[in-house]
Design a protein around this ligand. Sequence first.
Ligand code: ZN
Length: 214
Amino acid sequence: MTSRTDESAARTRIVRTARSLFTRGLTHGSTGNLSVRLADGTLLLTPTGSSLGTVEEDELSRTDLSGKHLDGPRPTKETFLHAAFYRARPGALAVAHLHSTYAAAVSCLDDVNPADALPPLTAYYAMRVGTLPLLPYHAPGDSSLEPLAERTARSHHAVLLANHGPVIAGASLEQAADAIEELEETAKLHLLLRGHGTRPLSPEQAAALAPTSP
Ligand code: ZN
């Protein structure tokens, strides 16, 4: 069961995180969505067509773990990605997805390593993100991506959707937001450094910091 207090706290945290990401330019227009898994196993998500800058606590959607709409406004059409991450990662209690500029830019490069889209340029990236598989392009809301997303999420808490943006699960919404911000900053560094000789962390240095993700 989910107590009213737990759910009300989750609603407050979703809106607080949404505002913080939006006001700092990490998402724009009506892009990006956040979700939290409640104690009863249902998901609270930002609804379709809403802006993270203006969504309110009483405007969140609820679905089950299959992504089926239970109550509230219609959920984001990217709900299937959130649901896939929660099914694949029983310890994940929150998922963040953004179309943040630099991560989206990296997702459009033609020389990205699909097994790991960004080098471990900094220790904090290695700690909070680690390995970042690139999932192939699918049109927004195309749920044929769901089986691959779920399979990949079993071994990775973060993925980058090609020509789109990142999806990250965390043990809390704050942890998922921290990780997605770290990813965005590393994508920015990566693009700033293109054409320069760079020295990312060695595989050993990165492995020593690898995240223990939920
Ligand atoms: Zn999206």
